[in-house]
Design a protein around this ligand. Structure first.
Ligand code: PMP
Length: 407
Protein backbone atom coordinates (compact mmCIF):
# COMPACT_ATOMS: atom_id res chain seq x y z
CA UNK A 1 0.00 0.00 0.00
CA UNK A 2 2.82 2.41 0.88
CA UNK A 3 4.80 3.14 -2.30
CA UNK A 4 8.11 3.92 -0.56
CA UNK A 5 9.95 3.06 2.63
CA UNK A 6 8.81 5.82 4.99
CA UNK A 7 11.38 4.99 7.64
CA UNK A 8 14.22 5.19 5.13
CA UNK A 9 12.84 8.48 3.87
CA UNK A 10 12.66 9.81 7.45
CA UNK A 11 16.33 9.02 7.98
CA UNK A 12 17.13 11.62 5.29
CA UNK A 13 15.78 14.34 7.60
CA UNK A 14 18.22 15.17 10.43
CA UNK A 15 15.58 17.12 12.35
CA UNK A 16 13.64 13.96 13.12
CA UNK A 17 16.39 13.03 15.58
CA UNK A 18 15.25 15.99 17.72
CA UNK A 19 13.38 15.45 20.94
CA UNK A 20 10.83 17.94 22.22
CA UNK A 21 9.83 17.81 25.88
CA UNK A 22 11.56 14.44 26.07
CA UNK A 23 9.48 13.03 23.21
CA UNK A 24 10.44 12.35 19.58
CA UNK A 25 9.52 15.34 17.43
CA UNK A 26 6.31 14.83 15.45
CA UNK A 27 6.19 17.43 12.70
CA UNK A 28 2.58 18.14 11.76
CA UNK A 29 3.18 21.78 10.79
CA UNK A 30 3.94 21.12 7.14
CA UNK A 31 1.49 23.71 5.83
CA UNK A 32 3.54 26.38 7.62
CA UNK A 33 6.86 25.01 6.46
CA UNK A 34 8.40 21.65 5.62
CA UNK A 35 11.53 19.99 6.98
CA UNK A 36 14.67 19.68 4.86
CA UNK A 37 16.37 16.46 3.79
CA UNK A 38 20.14 16.13 4.18
CA UNK A 39 20.41 16.27 0.38
CA UNK A 40 19.19 19.89 0.44
CA UNK A 41 21.32 20.91 3.43
CA UNK A 42 24.39 19.27 1.86
CA UNK A 43 23.78 20.92 -1.49
CA UNK A 44 23.76 24.38 0.10
CA UNK A 45 26.94 23.57 2.03
CA UNK A 46 28.56 22.31 -1.18
CA UNK A 47 27.68 25.56 -2.91
CA UNK A 48 29.39 27.67 -0.26
CA UNK A 49 32.40 25.35 -0.09
CA UNK A 50 33.00 24.89 -3.82
CA UNK A 51 30.99 27.26 -5.97
CA UNK A 52 30.32 30.48 -4.11
CA UNK A 53 30.45 33.54 -6.33
CA UNK A 54 28.14 36.19 -7.63
CA UNK A 55 26.59 35.14 -10.92
CA UNK A 56 26.80 36.36 -14.50
CA UNK A 57 29.16 39.24 -13.92
CA UNK A 58 32.68 37.93 -13.57
CA UNK A 59 34.62 35.86 -16.05
CA UNK A 60 36.28 33.42 -13.64
CA UNK A 61 35.84 29.77 -12.72
CA UNK A 62 33.68 30.18 -9.62
CA UNK A 63 31.37 32.68 -11.32
CA UNK A 64 30.83 30.06 -14.00
CA UNK A 65 30.14 27.35 -11.40
CA UNK A 66 27.70 29.54 -9.47
CA UNK A 67 25.94 30.65 -12.65
CA UNK A 68 25.67 27.07 -13.88
CA UNK A 69 24.27 25.89 -10.54
CA UNK A 70 21.75 28.76 -10.39
CA UNK A 71 20.57 28.27 -13.96
CA UNK A 72 20.40 24.49 -13.47
CA UNK A 73 18.08 25.16 -10.53
CA UNK A 74 15.90 27.34 -12.77
CA UNK A 75 15.67 24.45 -15.25
CA UNK A 76 14.66 22.10 -12.41
CA UNK A 77 11.86 24.49 -11.43
CA UNK A 78 10.79 24.72 -15.08
CA UNK A 79 10.61 20.95 -15.39
CA UNK A 80 8.88 20.57 -12.02
CA UNK A 81 6.01 22.88 -12.96
CA UNK A 82 6.15 21.80 -16.64
CA UNK A 83 6.65 25.28 -18.08
CA UNK A 84 7.66 25.61 -21.72
CA UNK A 85 10.77 27.73 -21.17
CA UNK A 86 13.24 28.68 -18.44
CA UNK A 87 12.54 32.28 -19.45
CA UNK A 88 9.18 31.85 -17.73
CA UNK A 89 10.71 31.11 -14.31
CA UNK A 90 11.56 34.11 -12.12
CA UNK A 91 13.28 33.47 -8.79
CA UNK A 92 11.64 35.42 -5.95
CA UNK A 93 11.65 35.30 -2.16
CA UNK A 94 8.48 33.21 -2.06
CA UNK A 95 4.78 33.15 -2.79
CA UNK A 96 4.14 36.48 -1.09
CA UNK A 97 6.77 38.29 -3.11
CA UNK A 98 5.59 36.66 -6.32
CA UNK A 99 1.99 37.82 -5.85
CA UNK A 100 3.14 41.32 -4.90
CA UNK A 101 5.33 41.37 -8.00
CA UNK A 102 2.38 40.61 -10.28
CA UNK A 103 0.12 43.10 -8.46
CA UNK A 104 2.70 45.89 -8.50
CA UNK A 105 3.78 45.36 -12.12
CA UNK A 106 1.13 43.79 -14.33
CA UNK A 107 -1.70 44.93 -12.06
CA UNK A 108 -0.53 48.53 -11.83
CA UNK A 109 0.11 48.69 -15.56
CA UNK A 110 -3.01 47.00 -16.89
CA UNK A 111 -5.89 47.51 -14.48
CA UNK A 112 -7.98 50.65 -14.38
CA UNK A 113 -10.77 52.15 -12.27
CA UNK A 114 -13.89 50.01 -12.47
CA UNK A 115 -12.01 46.82 -13.48
CA UNK A 116 -12.74 43.75 -11.37
CA UNK A 117 -10.53 41.20 -9.63
CA UNK A 118 -11.91 37.92 -8.31
CA UNK A 119 -10.37 35.96 -5.45
CA UNK A 120 -11.89 33.06 -3.51
CA UNK A 121 -13.05 33.02 0.08
CA UNK A 122 -10.31 30.44 0.77
CA UNK A 123 -7.36 32.72 0.13
CA UNK A 124 -4.33 33.20 2.32
CA UNK A 125 -3.75 36.86 3.25
CA UNK A 126 -0.88 36.85 0.73
CA UNK A 127 -3.48 36.48 -2.03
CA UNK A 128 -5.86 39.06 -0.59
CA UNK A 129 -3.80 41.98 0.71
CA UNK A 130 -1.84 42.81 -2.49
CA UNK A 131 -5.11 42.84 -4.50
CA UNK A 132 -6.97 44.87 -1.90
CA UNK A 133 -4.11 47.37 -1.87
CA UNK A 134 -4.17 47.52 -5.67
CA UNK A 135 -7.97 47.88 -5.68
CA UNK A 136 -7.80 50.77 -3.21
CA UNK A 137 -5.00 52.44 -5.16
CA UNK A 138 -6.73 52.21 -8.51
CA UNK A 139 -10.44 52.10 -7.78
CA UNK A 140 -10.88 48.45 -8.73
CA UNK A 141 -13.63 46.15 -7.48
CA UNK A 142 -12.57 43.06 -5.51
CA UNK A 143 -15.09 40.21 -5.73
CA UNK A 144 -15.07 36.97 -3.73
CA UNK A 145 -16.07 33.46 -4.81
CA UNK A 146 -18.07 31.92 -1.93
CA UNK A 147 -17.56 28.38 -0.62
CA UNK A 148 -20.05 25.78 0.63
CA UNK A 149 -20.20 24.36 4.16
CA UNK A 150 -17.56 21.77 3.28
CA UNK A 151 -15.18 24.52 2.21
CA UNK A 152 -15.37 23.90 -1.54
CA UNK A 153 -15.67 26.68 -4.08
CA UNK A 154 -19.18 27.30 -5.48
CA UNK A 155 -18.64 27.23 -9.24
CA UNK A 156 -22.16 28.44 -10.02
CA UNK A 157 -21.66 31.55 -7.89
CA UNK A 158 -18.26 32.04 -9.52
CA UNK A 159 -19.84 31.93 -12.98
CA UNK A 160 -22.19 34.67 -11.79
CA UNK A 161 -19.27 36.91 -10.77
CA UNK A 162 -17.49 36.74 -14.12
CA UNK A 163 -18.29 39.60 -16.49
CA UNK A 164 -16.56 41.71 -19.15
CA UNK A 165 -15.03 43.92 -16.42
CA UNK A 166 -13.28 40.92 -14.83
CA UNK A 167 -9.57 41.31 -15.61
CA UNK A 168 -8.00 38.88 -13.15
CA UNK A 169 -8.92 35.78 -11.17
CA UNK A 170 -6.42 34.91 -8.44
CA UNK A 171 -6.98 31.81 -6.31
CA UNK A 172 -5.32 28.97 -4.48
CA UNK A 173 -4.97 25.39 -5.70
CA UNK A 174 -5.05 24.07 -2.12
CA UNK A 175 -6.38 25.97 0.91
CA UNK A 176 -3.82 26.29 3.69
CA UNK A 177 -6.56 26.62 6.32
CA UNK A 178 -8.91 23.80 5.26
CA UNK A 179 -6.97 21.63 2.80
CA UNK A 180 -9.59 22.03 0.05
CA UNK A 181 -8.27 21.19 -3.42
CA UNK A 182 -10.02 23.65 -5.74
CA UNK A 183 -11.17 22.74 -9.29
CA UNK A 184 -8.33 24.79 -10.74
CA UNK A 185 -8.60 23.76 -14.37
CA UNK A 186 -12.29 24.61 -14.52
CA UNK A 187 -11.84 27.94 -12.73
CA UNK A 188 -9.05 28.88 -15.13
CA UNK A 189 -11.03 27.89 -18.23
CA UNK A 190 -14.03 29.91 -17.07
CA UNK A 191 -11.84 32.95 -16.37
CA UNK A 192 -10.21 32.77 -19.78
CA UNK A 193 -13.60 32.41 -21.47
CA UNK A 194 -14.53 35.70 -19.79
CA UNK A 195 -11.31 37.32 -21.04
CA UNK A 196 -9.59 37.46 -17.62
CA UNK A 197 -6.04 36.45 -16.72
CA UNK A 198 -5.42 33.93 -13.94
CA UNK A 199 -2.89 33.69 -11.12
CA UNK A 200 -2.75 30.34 -9.34
CA UNK A 201 -1.32 30.19 -5.80
CA UNK A 202 0.57 26.91 -5.57
CA UNK A 203 2.06 27.44 -2.09
CA UNK A 204 0.10 24.51 -0.65
CA UNK A 205 -0.17 22.35 -3.75
CA UNK A 206 3.41 21.92 -5.02
CA UNK A 207 4.40 19.45 -2.33
CA UNK A 208 1.26 17.32 -2.65
CA UNK A 209 -0.02 17.37 -6.26
CA UNK A 210 1.65 17.22 -9.65
CA UNK A 211 2.03 20.73 -11.02
CA UNK A 212 1.49 21.24 -14.74
CA UNK A 213 1.19 24.89 -15.68
CA UNK A 214 0.97 23.98 -19.36
CA UNK A 215 -2.05 21.72 -18.84
CA UNK A 216 -3.63 24.15 -16.36
CA UNK A 217 -2.96 27.06 -18.72
CA UNK A 218 -2.74 29.55 -15.86
CA UNK A 219 -1.06 32.87 -16.69
CA UNK A 220 1.02 32.92 -13.49
CA UNK A 221 1.82 30.22 -10.95
CA UNK A 222 3.57 31.02 -7.68
CA UNK A 223 5.12 28.94 -4.90
CA UNK A 224 7.59 29.02 -2.00
CA UNK A 225 10.63 26.75 -1.78
CA UNK A 226 10.29 26.24 1.96
CA UNK A 227 6.91 24.50 1.55
CA UNK A 228 8.40 21.91 -0.78
CA UNK A 229 11.34 20.76 1.40
CA UNK A 230 13.62 23.55 0.14
CA UNK A 231 15.14 26.55 1.92
CA UNK A 232 13.34 29.66 3.13
CA UNK A 233 13.80 32.91 1.24
CA UNK A 234 13.49 31.40 -2.23
CA UNK A 235 10.49 30.69 -4.41
CA UNK A 236 9.41 30.99 -7.99
CA UNK A 237 7.04 32.94 -10.17
CA UNK A 238 6.02 31.20 -13.39
CA UNK A 239 4.54 33.57 -15.95
CA UNK A 240 3.71 33.10 -19.62
CA UNK A 241 6.66 34.48 -21.54
CA UNK A 242 4.73 36.99 -23.65
CA UNK A 243 3.02 38.40 -20.56
CA UNK A 244 6.28 38.70 -18.60
CA UNK A 245 8.04 40.43 -21.50
CA UNK A 246 5.15 42.85 -21.96
CA UNK A 247 5.29 43.78 -18.26
CA UNK A 248 7.60 46.51 -16.97
CA UNK A 249 9.85 45.51 -14.06
CA UNK A 250 9.31 46.75 -10.51
CA UNK A 251 12.75 46.83 -8.84
CA UNK A 252 15.60 48.40 -10.76
CA UNK A 253 19.28 47.64 -10.37
CA UNK A 254 22.05 45.39 -11.58
CA UNK A 255 21.52 42.22 -13.65
CA UNK A 256 18.21 43.33 -15.15
CA UNK A 257 19.40 45.77 -17.81
CA UNK A 258 20.86 45.53 -21.30
CA UNK A 259 22.10 49.10 -21.36
CA UNK A 260 22.03 52.10 -19.03
CA UNK A 261 22.69 55.75 -19.74
CA UNK A 262 21.45 58.72 -17.75
CA UNK A 263 18.95 59.30 -20.53
CA UNK A 264 17.74 55.83 -21.32
CA UNK A 265 17.48 52.33 -19.85
CA UNK A 266 16.90 49.15 -21.79
CA UNK A 267 15.73 46.11 -19.81
CA UNK A 268 16.48 42.46 -20.37
CA UNK A 269 13.62 40.16 -21.21
CA UNK A 270 12.25 37.81 -18.53
CA UNK A 271 13.39 36.37 -16.25
CA UNK A 272 16.31 38.81 -15.73
CA UNK A 273 14.13 41.92 -15.87
CA UNK A 274 12.46 40.78 -12.63
CA UNK A 275 15.66 39.72 -10.86
CA UNK A 276 17.35 43.03 -10.01
CA UNK A 277 20.36 42.81 -7.73
CA UNK A 278 22.10 39.80 -6.26
CA UNK A 279 19.50 37.12 -5.64
CA UNK A 280 19.39 34.22 -3.24
CA UNK A 281 21.78 32.09 -5.28
CA UNK A 282 22.63 29.37 -2.75
CA UNK A 283 19.02 28.81 -1.76
CA UNK A 284 17.89 28.64 -5.37
CA UNK A 285 20.42 25.84 -5.77
CA UNK A 286 19.04 24.27 -2.58
CA UNK A 287 15.53 24.48 -4.01
CA UNK A 288 16.75 22.60 -7.08
CA UNK A 289 18.03 19.83 -4.78
CA UNK A 290 14.66 19.73 -3.00
CA UNK A 291 12.82 19.26 -6.30
CA UNK A 292 15.28 16.49 -7.24
CA UNK A 293 14.43 14.83 -3.94
CA UNK A 294 10.68 15.03 -4.56
CA UNK A 295 11.18 13.71 -8.10
CA UNK A 296 13.15 10.74 -6.78
CA UNK A 297 10.29 9.79 -4.46
CA UNK A 298 7.78 10.58 -7.20
CA UNK A 299 5.01 13.13 -6.67
CA UNK A 300 2.36 10.52 -7.58
CA UNK A 301 3.74 8.18 -4.88
CA UNK A 302 3.73 11.06 -2.41
CA UNK A 303 0.16 11.93 -3.36
CA UNK A 304 -0.99 8.33 -2.97
CA UNK A 305 0.64 7.88 0.43
CA UNK A 306 -0.54 11.22 1.76
CA UNK A 307 -4.08 10.49 0.63
CA UNK A 308 -3.99 7.24 2.59
CA UNK A 309 -2.57 9.05 5.64
CA UNK A 310 -5.16 11.84 5.42
CA UNK A 311 -8.03 9.34 5.23
CA UNK A 312 -6.57 7.40 8.14
CA UNK A 313 -6.24 10.53 10.28
CA UNK A 314 -9.66 11.90 9.27
CA UNK A 315 -11.38 8.64 10.22
CA UNK A 316 -9.75 8.56 13.65
CA UNK A 317 -10.26 12.24 14.40
CA UNK A 318 -13.97 12.03 13.60
CA UNK A 319 -14.26 9.62 16.55
CA UNK A 320 -12.82 12.06 19.10
CA UNK A 321 -15.81 13.30 21.15
CA UNK A 322 -16.28 17.06 20.84
CA UNK A 323 -13.92 17.42 17.90
CA UNK A 324 -15.25 19.37 14.92
CA UNK A 325 -13.33 19.11 11.66
CA UNK A 326 -13.36 22.34 9.65
CA UNK A 327 -13.03 21.71 5.93
CA UNK A 328 -14.68 18.53 4.70
CA UNK A 329 -14.45 18.91 0.95
CA UNK A 330 -14.30 15.66 -1.05
CA UNK A 331 -10.93 16.60 -2.50
CA UNK A 332 -8.43 17.61 0.14
CA UNK A 333 -4.69 17.64 0.66
CA UNK A 334 -2.65 17.44 3.86
CA UNK A 335 -4.62 19.72 6.18
CA UNK A 336 -6.85 18.68 9.12
CA UNK A 337 -8.22 21.86 10.72
CA UNK A 338 -10.33 21.38 13.83
CA UNK A 339 -11.66 22.81 17.07
CA UNK A 340 -12.20 20.85 20.31
CA UNK A 341 -15.12 21.48 22.69
CA UNK A 342 -14.08 23.07 25.97
CA UNK A 343 -10.64 24.14 24.73
CA UNK A 344 -9.15 27.25 23.27
CA UNK A 345 -7.14 26.33 20.19
CA UNK A 346 -3.90 27.57 21.77
CA UNK A 347 -4.50 25.23 24.73
CA UNK A 348 -4.72 22.29 22.34
CA UNK A 349 -1.53 23.44 20.59
CA UNK A 350 0.29 23.72 23.93
CA UNK A 351 -0.94 20.30 25.09
CA UNK A 352 0.22 18.72 21.83
CA UNK A 353 3.60 20.45 22.11
CA UNK A 354 4.05 18.75 25.51
CA UNK A 355 3.87 15.46 23.62
CA UNK A 356 6.43 16.62 21.06
CA UNK A 357 3.77 17.29 18.43
CA UNK A 358 4.11 20.47 16.37
CA UNK A 359 0.85 21.86 14.96
CA UNK A 360 -0.23 25.39 14.17
CA UNK A 361 -3.02 26.88 16.22
CA UNK A 362 -4.17 30.29 15.09
CA UNK A 363 -5.79 31.99 12.12
CA UNK A 364 -3.29 30.60 9.58
CA UNK A 365 -3.17 33.98 7.78
CA UNK A 366 -6.60 33.17 6.38
CA UNK A 367 -9.04 35.06 8.59
CA UNK A 368 -11.88 35.40 6.04
CA UNK A 369 -12.30 31.65 5.55
CA UNK A 370 -12.19 30.84 9.27
CA UNK A 371 -14.82 33.53 9.90
CA UNK A 372 -16.95 31.91 7.20
CA UNK A 373 -17.14 29.00 9.67
CA UNK A 374 -17.79 31.28 12.66
CA UNK A 375 -14.26 30.89 14.03
CA UNK A 376 -11.24 33.08 14.68
CA UNK A 377 -8.75 30.21 15.02
CA UNK A 378 -8.41 26.46 14.57
CA UNK A 379 -5.85 23.79 15.42
CA UNK A 380 -4.20 22.68 12.20
CA UNK A 381 -2.17 19.49 11.87
CA UNK A 382 -0.89 19.17 8.30
CA UNK A 383 0.75 16.08 6.82
CA UNK A 384 3.69 15.36 4.57
CA UNK A 385 5.17 12.19 3.06
CA UNK A 386 7.51 11.64 6.02
CA UNK A 387 4.65 11.37 8.52
CA UNK A 388 3.41 7.98 9.67
CA UNK A 389 0.28 6.27 10.98
CA UNK A 390 2.09 5.85 14.32
CA UNK A 391 2.49 9.63 14.56
CA UNK A 392 -1.19 10.09 13.76
CA UNK A 393 -1.99 7.59 16.53
CA UNK A 394 0.00 9.68 19.04
CA UNK A 395 -1.88 12.80 17.95
CA UNK A 396 -5.31 11.20 18.14
CA UNK A 397 -4.49 9.50 21.45
CA UNK A 398 -3.61 12.87 22.95
CA UNK A 399 -6.80 14.41 21.55
CA UNK A 400 -8.88 11.61 23.11
CA UNK A 401 -7.22 12.26 26.46
CA UNK A 402 -7.87 16.01 26.22
CA UNK A 403 -11.45 15.42 25.13
CA UNK A 404 -12.04 13.09 28.11
CA UNK A 405 -10.69 15.65 30.60
CA UNK A 406 -13.30 18.32 29.80
CA UNK A 407 -16.44 16.34 29.15
N1 PMP B 1 -0.50 31.21 -0.07
C1 PMP B 1 -0.78 30.10 0.64
C2 PMP B 1 -1.94 29.24 0.21
C3 PMP B 1 0.01 29.77 1.74
O1 PMP B 1 -0.27 28.67 2.44
C4 PMP B 1 1.10 30.59 2.09
C5 PMP B 1 1.99 30.25 3.27
N2 PMP B 1 1.28 29.90 4.44
C6 PMP B 1 1.35 31.72 1.32
C7 PMP B 1 0.53 32.00 0.25
C8 PMP B 1 2.50 32.64 1.63
O2 PMP B 1 3.70 31.98 1.46
P1 PMP B 1 5.07 32.62 1.95
O3 PMP B 1 4.85 33.04 3.37
O4 PMP B 1 6.06 31.52 1.82
O5 PMP B 1 5.36 33.78 1.05
Amino acid sequence: RIPFDVNRVRSDFPVFRERVNGKPLIWFDNAATTQKPKQVIDRITYFYEHENSNIHRAAHELAARATDAYEAAREKVRAFVNAGSVNEIVFVRGTTEAINLVAKTWGDQNLHAGDEIIVSHLEHHANIVPWKQLADRKGLVLRVIPVDDDGQILLGAYAGLLNPKTKLVSFTQVSNALGTVTPAKQIIEMAHAAGAKVLLDGAQSVSHLRTDVTALNCDWFVFSGHKVFGPTGIGALYGKEDILNATQPWQGGGNMIVDVTFEHIQYHNAPSRFEAGTGNIADAVGLGAALDYVNRLGIENIHQYEHFLLEYATGLMKNVPGLRLIGTAKEKASVLSFVLDGYKTEEVGAALNKEGIAVRSGHHCAQPILRRFGLETTVRPSLAFYNTCEEVDVLVGTLHRLSGQRR
